[in-house]
Ligand binder design. Structure first.
Ligand SMILES: *Cc1c(COP(=O)(O)O)cnc(C)c1O
Length: 354
């Protein structure tokens, strides 16, 4: 991304200079990142700040109106990879309510890459939430529906499809559930560079970064980016899905894949601590209770943000809890990687909220 910043300069109308972080990002990761994505989001203070002077939220939701923040960053490298390797078709694996599938469909359509969703069969008869958006973005006759019984074999089924298509000369890329694939990691790493830019803009350093994890791709990207940048703050991870052991295993695998894929050597020493938390409410993935929705409403009233209940509301409630109970101090950054689109499946429930 070539980003120019206009600065007043007497004599000429505008004087342009390169934003330094972008130079650094281009220098480190430029080969892997599409210049066609907006990868800078703002930060601002939260109103309900738990008594902490500098409790900031990073608005990655503002990177795209229809794609949740984490997904958008991942595609910044993945789409470039798909275009450069001229795939005939991309298999996208996910549920019929997946944020990742609608993110993929938007960007694949934009870039005229053919999509083939492999979706978990849903009992929904009504078109709503992400299934409704999917229906607008894609011809649903061209979806391969996988039954609940077969779902555990979905990767094998996709692999078989790929091999069959290869025989007729077609080149297929399989996009695993949640987007956990090495080609997405450089994009996810841009978050670390962008946080550094926010720090420069505000003239501060963050002591704590709070992030959530589903497949782990975004949080792992953040950690790898921080290692390249030699950042030192603590990272707090809310596990919306998966366990700490699963996360650390994937982190190890991705670290070595990253070095093979990019040829970039990561510093071995990490100078930051990682802390893990289960959500303080409705810890099982996808479970949404009245408590979560009541909090969603309170965030909307206090902060003016319509926050995704599956990830971000739980993430914020959890962060506030550990910040208070551990008495965390200093500059804290909450990564809001969701988007208001995540509310669309919950209109019925939200309508009944008193
Ligand atoms: C997908 C998603 C996440 C988790 O991102 P991962 O990279 O899968 O860990 C967090 N928040 C929202 C809103 C998401 O859609």
């Amino acid at each position: 991304m070539v980003c120019l910043k206009a600065a007043p300069n007497p004599g000429t109308a505008f004087f342009f200079m390169f934003v330094p972080y972008i130079k650094r990002m281009i220098q480190d990761l430029g080969k892997f990142i599409s210049r066609n994505f907006a990868l800078h989001s703002r930060i601002h203070l939260l109103n309900d700040n738990q008594g902490i002077d500098r409790f900031y939220i990073k608005r990655d939701d503002e990177l795209s109106s229809g794609i949740t923040g984490t997904k958008y960053r991942k595609y910044a490298s993945l789409i470039l990879f798909l275009l450069e390797n001229k795939f005939d078709e991309v298999v996208i694996i996910g549920s019929a309510q997946s944020n990742n599938v609608i993110a993929a469909l938007q960007l694949l359509n934009e870039n005229q890459i053919k999509a083939r969703p492999f979706l978990l069969e849903s009992n929904e008869t009504e078109l709503k939430g992400n299934l409704l958006w999917m229906n607008l973005l894609h011809d649903m006759n061209e979806v391969t529906w996988i039954s609940r019984n077969e779902w555990e074999n979905v990767d094998d089924i996709a692999q078989k499809y790929k091999e069959d298509q290869n025989k007729s000369g077609k080149n297929i890329f399989i996009f695993p559930e949640g987007g956990l694939t090495i080609e997405a990691i450089p994009g996810a790493m841009t978050l670390a560079y962008d946080i550094e830019e926010n720090e420069k803009e505000k003239g501060l350093f963050f002591d704590h970064i709070c992030i959530d994890s589903g497949s782990g791709t975004q949080a792992i990207g953040l950690l790898l980016g921080m290692r390249l940048l030699k950042k030192t703050c603590d990272v707090h991870i809310t596990l919306i899905a998966g366990t700490e052991t699963e996360f650390m295993d994937i982190y190890t695998v991705m670290t070595s894949l990253f070095e093979d894929y990019t040829g970039i050597k990561l510093p071995i020493e990490t100078s930051f601590n990682i802390h893990f938390y289960k959500p303080v409410i409705s810890p099982s993935f996808g479970s949404i209770t009245t408590t979560v929705l009541t909090e969603l409403k309170s965030i909307a009233r206090n902060e003016g943000i319509l926050m995704d209940p599956v990830y971000s509301v739980k993430h914020l409630m959890t962060a506030k809890q550990y910040i208070t109970s551990q008495g965390l101090k200093g500059n804290i950054l909450f990564i809001y990687s969701g988007g208001s689109f995540g509310l669309s499946g919950f209109q019925g429930m939200l309508g009944k909220l008193s």
